[in-house]
Design a protein around this ligand. Structure first.
Ligand code: HEC
Length: 461
């Protein structure tokens, strides 16, 4: 029995409720344009910054492109945006900004916190730049968003501030030198065991955003011999990462006696940074919560040689199988500057193959964890094999390779290559699997009826 093939084309969730309100406003603009055309205005159908582009920036770009955020420049005003118009046209039309590299149109498209632009929004943006990036009437501007003037957790929008924060020990990063790793162990600081509902790792601000390549809080647990052993990771930070949200029916246990072993990869950026700390924010399920299933986030390796000759390409694969049914809750490819694409496929016990997710324009500066919507997360019967495939590119076409004239191989420095995926897996029992399949089928059957009422057709996502 399989339900994986049950997929819907329903629209994706925008970044936050706020964004939703703005999106509704955006999708309503073509109507306004038509109306003003009927009124015989000067350039009635002209796409302008004030009327059409500012709402798109507010909903999809300013969270990063404003002072004190991760983007290299601010896109709050017309003047600021105009300077970057043609570069933005290029990146927006290729779907490289906002950064979200999951292929559109292949595999599961129902992703939590999906901030991709709709086709309509992309067309509007492109039409605006092609028309010479006109400002339009400032009276048409939407009211500015009051962005908080401090570093926020990315999940804060949805979940509020974290219940608990665990910090790495301070580390001094010199101005010059090569990659360095910082692996201090710290206690959880908890008085009692708790079930984790969400976790987000973040670097310090502002320096950490430049010098931290990635940071992983590994979870260590005492075994019967009284030794701490790694059991899983709680979350991984790499730029662009939102964090991990665990589905309602699953939890990740954090015991008061556990330790966090940080694995922070730093690289010097030309200035001294003293006492840098990486932070793990945790949101808990309510006290007394008992999960039906356990979920963990683990690294799944892809094997094989990555010997990239000058101008060469390579491919690696990883095969994984469990002795019980599972649900795949998220997928995050990991590689460095040569990883160009990674896919997840599943081979069912009957031999059928299905593509789950594909990331073609992987960019090592952006490590996104694609978290499947609850009713889209693949439910895999016992015996299903997960196949990960990674493709590497050391040709001159790859703008990110430091030098396509030399060899590259596996390794952990920024310029070496890596090959793995992070996957959050909920471990099911046979009964639990059957129950989830039935519940999902029932829900999707009723949803299907609701959808036919037609209130979803407002955008092309
Ligand atoms: C999640 C954060 C984030 C979001 C959302 C985002 N950006 Fe960016 N953007 C960045 C970062 C960080 C960079 C610099 C690194 C890079 O290019 O990947 C960047 C780079 C850019 C650049 C290139 C700047 C240059 O100097 O070449 C442009 C243009 C741009 N973004 C436009 C946009 C637009 C337009 C949107 C919305 C439609 C958007 N971005 C949404 C974070 C973001």
């Amino acid at each position: 029995m399989r339900t994986l093939r049950v997929r819907s084309d329903r629209r994706l969730n925008p970044l936050a409720p706020l964004a939703l309100a703005i999106l509704v406003a955006v999708t309503a603009t073509p109507l306004t344009a038509q109306q003003s055309m009927a009124n015989g205005g000067a350039h009635p159908d002209e796409v302008t910054f004030s009327k059409d582009v500012a709402p798109i920036l507010q909903a999809n770009c300013q969270i990063c492109h404003r002072p004190a955020s991760v983007g290299p420049m601010s896109l709050l005003t017309y003047q600021e945006t105009r300077r970057y118009a043609s570069r933005a046209r290029d990146l927006v039309s290729k779907r490289l900004m906002p950064p979200f590299h999951l292929d559109t149109g292949f595999g599961i498209q129902d992703i939590k916190d999906d901030w991709r632009l709709s086709e309509e929004e992309i067309e509007t943006f492109v039409a605006w730049v092609d028309a010479g990036a006109p400002e339009g009437d400032p009276a048409d501007l939407p009211p500015p968003i009051e962005w908080p003037n401090k570093q926020m957790w990315q999940l804060e929008d949805i979940l509020g501030p974290p219940d608990h924060v665990i910090r790495s020990k301070p580390f001094d990063v010199p101005a010059e030198g090569g990659d360095t790793w910082w692996r201090p162990r710290v206690p959880t600081g908890l008085a009692e065991d708790r079930w984790v509902m969400a976790a987000e790792t973040r670097p310090s601000f502002p320096a950490g955003r430049q010098i931290v390549h990635h940071a992983i809080p590994r979870l260590l647990r005492l075994n019967d011999e009284g030794e701490y052993r790694r059991i899983q990771s709680l979350s991984e930070y790499a730029m662009g990462k939102v964090g991990e949200i665990v589905p309602r029916d699953a939890g990740r246990l954090l015991k008061a006696t556990d330790m966090i072993e940080w694995d922070a990869h730093y690289y010097p950026m030309g200035y001294d940074v003293t006492g840098d700390q990486v932070e793990l924010g945790i949101w808990f399920h309510e006290e007394g919560y008992e999960p039906e299933f356990n979920q963990d986030l683990r690294l799944y390796p892809l094997r094989g040689d990555i010997a990239l000759r000058p101008g060469g390409t390579a491919m690696t694969q990883g095969f994984h199988r469990w002795d019980h049914p599972v649900r795949l809750d998220s997928f995050q490819p990991h590689g460095h500057v040569h990883l160009h694409a990674m896919s997840v496929q599943v081979v069912y016990p009957d031999g059928d193959v299905e593509l789950i997710s594909m990331v073609t324009d992987f960019d090592a500066r952006w490590h996104h964890s694609y978290i499947y919507e609850d009713d889209a997360a693949p439910l895999l019967p016992t015996g299903t094999v997960v196949v990960l495939t990674g493709w590497y590119d050391n040709t001159a076409e790859n703008e990110l390779t430091p030098d396509p004239e030399i060899w590259y191989a596996r390794g952990s420095r920024t310029m070496d290559e890596m090959s793995h995926a992070w996957i959050a897996v909920t471990h099911l029992t046979e009964d639990g699997y059957r129950k989830l399949v039935e519940e999902r089928e029932a829900r999707l059957a009723t949803d299907g009826e609701d959808d036919s009422s037609g209130n979803n057709g407002t955008d092309g996502r």
